[in-house]
Write a protein that binds this ligand. Sequence first.
Ligand SMILES: Cc1cc2nc3c(=O)[nH]c(=O)nc-3n(C[C@H](O)[C@H](O)[C@H](O)COP(=O)(O)OP(=O)(O)OC[C@H]3O[C@@H](n4cnc5c(N)ncnc54)[C@H](O)[C@@H]3O)c2cc1C
Ligand code: FES
Length: 258
Amino acid sequence: MKHFFSRIYSNIVLCEDLYEMVFSWNEEVQLPLPGQFCTIHVAQSTSPLLRRPFAFSGFDPLEKTASIVFKKVGVSTEILAGKQCGDVVDIIGPLGNSFLAYPQRQRNILVAGGTGLGPIFFWKRFLQQQKASSLMVAGYSSKSLVPDIEEFDDETVVICTDDGSQGFRGTVVDYLRTLPDDFFQDTTLYCCGPWGMLKACNDFALDQGSECYVSLEQIMACGVGACMGCAVKIIGESSFARVCIEGPVFNSKVIAWT
Ligand SMILES: Cc1cc2nc3c(=O)[nH]c(=O)nc-3n(C[C@H](O)[C@H](O)[C@H](O)COP(=O)(O)OP(=O)(O)OC[C@H]3O[C@@H](n4cnc5c(N)ncnc54)[C@H](O)[C@@H]3O)c2cc1C
Ligand code: FES
């Protein structure tokens, strides 16, 4: 993990309020892995004061660039959305743990909801490079929130919308329920998205006897383990885990889902 300044290569709109920002990577810094995140201080002033966490959505070793996919939801992401090619951003990363592959298992199912798209896409491409296949299921409330990206045309990607305006009508878990039960034997689920979706994925995986890993997006203050602001309740001896240090990726069985 290092603190460095990075130059923005591009910052494009993928769909309503969703952006993909590509930025230069400092060669002295360890390469980011799928599941890991960085924190960005979006302004050169003290307002907004706090750094904001974003998961990596990719890394290009030839161009030496990393990327994030982010949604404009408040002060910092509004500023980030206004950044242009050539602007400089203040980064700390890579932070946290990463997704791990289990080659002895037969199948990988990748589930993304909302801004969970970035890390899940990064993981899908990473598995592809390792010659491991995967099925990706991405959920949105409606068509206007589905990013217009080439990779969604792939037959290994299923789009679900709550209102049925694009792809499968229903939630990602509704879609998973349409697959035969034996599909989930020897399967690992990797999920990133809103808490409710992750909880539903955990419940589904428990029913099916599949392993399930979730990447959590808690509100963070320091991002480096010092404040406990990102702690989640877990099952076991130590009752809390810090998402920024012990996570953001957890086996879903250890989370005390509320
Ligand atoms: C490990 C990690 C990875 C993340 N990866 C991504 C990513 O890849 N893309 C992305 O768009 N966002 C991601 N987030 C969430 C992102 O950090 C917040 O959306 C961002 O901090 C909002 O900043 P803001 O100043 O624009 O919003 P604020 O003005 O601070 O808040 C606006 C609204 O967003 C909510 N919010 C703030 N922080 C979070 C959070 N961490 N999770 C959920 N809701 C939040 C607030 O409750 C409020 O309702 C990630 C968070 C974590 C912890
Ligand atoms: S954000 Fe401070 S401990 Fe995780």
